[in-house]
Ligand binder design. Structure first.
Ligand code: HEC
Length: 325
């Protein structure tokens, strides 16, 4: 249709499988609206012309009478119209409600000004990277204000509410960058969120996944240690600022001496830190309870090395002690 080809130049590109259902409903309803407009305005003008008072006409036009067949026709026509809108809209609507079986699950944590997209392996990204031609199901909630995820190119729009999980799904049909509009403007930045759906080819997506799955890629050893400190829950018991919580602070641990409950003194060197992580109750630091559980089987040698490197960056003796080794 030339008409819809013309109209579609005003449309964002259709980059998802939802586009067909949404656009056909839009064009269908648009076409009917234009047809009705033409009929109503045409009739109004035609009737006005045919009822113009001509010279010699009586002063008052006799009141017309209600035509029952015409009225019936109008009611049936209106019903048919509603039926039409329903039938063109429903397939696309139903399609958007239920994600295909096996869709890739991504959790969306919306905050004002900063969103997080969490992948099945626990990686959190600030852009929504997806693989082209692969259905993705979003489970979304907001930490603060009610907002919307809206991606016109994917014909995707869904409310995100605090305290409620909402869902949406989409499948991109071409690679590209499609901006996400949020409908929430941040008070802090006076700007809307700037993030996007990055639709990647299957190979690009797999390559990206490989880098985020291996936490050692693109990070220094100490950065990996810091990541593990947060991911493995060490932060619950060990502070970085010098204050004792449930366990001793991680500030100035590496290279320092500590008294243990059995009265001996230990030096927190590489070997002691490794033992503390794998077998925490072998020696208990004085003033603390033996509540730390073993990370044997959870953290490997490389991870423990990384945590040790992180502890060095937090210690005044990190450098000197390292040299002694
Ligand atoms: C449930 C709380 C808890 C968690 C979680 C925890 N620890 Fe501990 N940790 C302690 C306590 C309490 C001590 C002191 C008693 C002891 O020596 O076992 C301690 C001691 C240590 C020490 C010796 C500190 C020193 O001053 O010599 C190291 C090193 C350590 N933990 C590393 C870790 C790492 C790394 C993690 C995360 C992978 C972790 N801990 C998670 C409670 C915890």
């Amino acid at each position: 249709m030339i008409g819809s080809a013309f109209l579609s130049t005003w449309f964002p590109v259709d980059a998802s499988t939802h586009a067909e259902g949404v656009d056909s409903a839009f064009f269908g309803i648009g076409a009917v609206s234009i047809a009705i407009l033409v009929v109503v305005v045409g009739l109004a003008i035609a009737l006005m012309m045919s009822h113009l008072r001509k010279p010699g006409d009586p002063d008052r036009v006799p009141a017309g009478s209600l035509s029952k067949p015409l009225l019936g026709l109008w009611v049936l026509g209106a019903l048919a119209l509603i039926g039409f809108v329903f039938t063109v809209g429903v397939p696309g609507f139903l399609d958007q409600q239920v994600a295909p079986y096996g869709a890739y699950e991504i959790t969306v944590n919306a905050r004002e000004g900063a969103w997080g997209f969490t992948y099945p392996n626990g990686h959190e990204s600030d852009t929504l990277r997806v693989s082209v031609n692969k259905p993705v199901r979003l489970t979304m909630t907001s930490a603060d204000v009610a907002q919307t995820i809206s991606v016109p190119e994917l014909r995707l729009q869904q409310a995100i509410l605090p305290g409620v999980m909402t869902h949406a799904w989409f499948e991109t049909t071409q690679p590209g960058v499609f901006p996400i509009h949020t409908g929430a403007y941040s008070a802090a930045t006076h700007d809307s969120l700037k993030t996007a759906v990055l639709s990647l080819t299957a190979a690009e997506f797999a390559a990206w996944m490989a880098t985020v799955e291996d936490i050692f890629v693109g990070r220094t050893l100490a950065e990996v240690g810091e990541l593990l400190y947060n991911r493995q829950g060490c932060a619950v018991c060990h502070s970085l600022d010098g204050s004792a919580i449930i366990g001793p602070t991680f500030q100035n641990v590496y290279g320092f001496e500590f008294l243990t409950t059995d009265g001996s003194t230990i030096v927190a060197d590489d070997a002691y830190i490794k033992e503390s992580i794998l077998n925490p109750n072998a020696s208990i630091i004085d003033g603390f309870l033996p509540v730390m559980t073993s990370y044997d089987g959870i953290l490997g040698d490389r991870e423990i090395e990384a945590i040790t490197a992180f502890l060095k960056t937090l210690s005044e003796r990190g450098d000197t002690a390292a040299q002694e080794n």
